[in-house]
Design a protein around this ligand. Structure first.
Ligand SMILES: [Fe+2]
Length: 261
């Protein structure tokens, strides 16, 4: 924590789940680097909203590779995080930002990790937040096999948003068996991304496949943070323990580079 007194929603979150931190591990909060906030003013507004949504810590995960190939290198992300933290502290916004990235699948990933050209979550070198394209022209299994060989734990970003996976349930099961961690967006649970993603998210939670929920927030518009709503919905349908595990406890462990149990 950055030394500023916690807000009421943050204290409520920590008390509710008896934890020391509430982490959003997938968030586009750095100003002017990707399709997140355009400038510092928008970034600070998003951070204030994340605080109101109960978070005490956020991993900044700007897009890397794909459309942003050649941009947003780890050294840039670290600098962006440091600068944003300075502004948060100056504005007494009680939020800690860590560096990370949302990495588009790419066969160069193992080499790019070795040379510090792409980021891991919280810079721990333990977890890679991996994004697949919205339409896949090749077998996703081949892509994933390639990444399993790197020995890194893969966190599959917003797994409920890839329509091709709805028809590839067997692949998803295989990836989970190999240790892939599935992340859903809080907004998918509330229906913000349409009925297809909403149904997949809830069905995969029912199957016990989802380990973590994150906001994937980009702005204060349609892609705003919705974690409090998601927690209440999960608690109502699956119980308080499941809501705490997916939305608070597991994200905290991933941010600290710990294993999920
Ligand atoms: Fe994202």
């Amino acid at each position: 924590m950055n030394g500023v007194e916690l807000s009421f929603p943050q204290r409520m979150r920590l008390e509710r789940f008896k934890c020391a931190q509430s982490v959003d591990l997938h968030c586009h909060c750095l100003p002017g680097v990707d399709d997140g906030p355009a400038d510092l003013e928008e970034a600070l507004a998003l951070c204030r909203t994340l605080v109101r949504d109960g978070f005490t810590k956020v991993i900044a995960t700007p897009h890397q590779l794909g459309r942003w190939d050649g941009e947003n290198f780890p050294e840039d992300v670290r600098k962006g995080v440091k600068d944003l933290q300075t502004h948060l502290d100056a504005h007494k916004i009680p939020l800690t930002i860590l560096p990370g990235g949302e990495v588009r699948v790419d066969e160069r990933i193992p080499k790019l990790l070795e040379t510090d050209r792409i980021s891991t979550l919280g810079d721990t070198k333990k977890y890679l937040l991996l994004e697949l394209p919205s339409t896949l022209v090749m077998d996703p299994d081949l892509l994933m096999q390639h990444l399993f060989a790197t020995g890194l734990h893969i966190v599959l970003a917003h797994c409920e948003r890839y329509e091709f996976l709805f028809r590839n349930i067997a692949s998803v099961e295989k990836w989970i068996e190999k240790g892939t961690i599935l992340q859903v967006n809080a907004g998918s649970l509330t229906g913000a991304f349409g009925p297809g993603s909403q149904n997949a998210a809830w069905e995969w939670i029912r199957r016990g496949w989802i380990s973590v929920v994150a906001t994937d927030a980009h702005s204060l518009g349609t892609r705003r943070p919705r974690m409090t709503e998601a927690i209440d919905l999960i608690a109502e349908r699956c119980g308080e323990e499941a809501a705490g595990r997916m939305c608070v406890i597991n994200p905290s462990k991933l941010a600290d580079g710990e294993e999920l149990t």
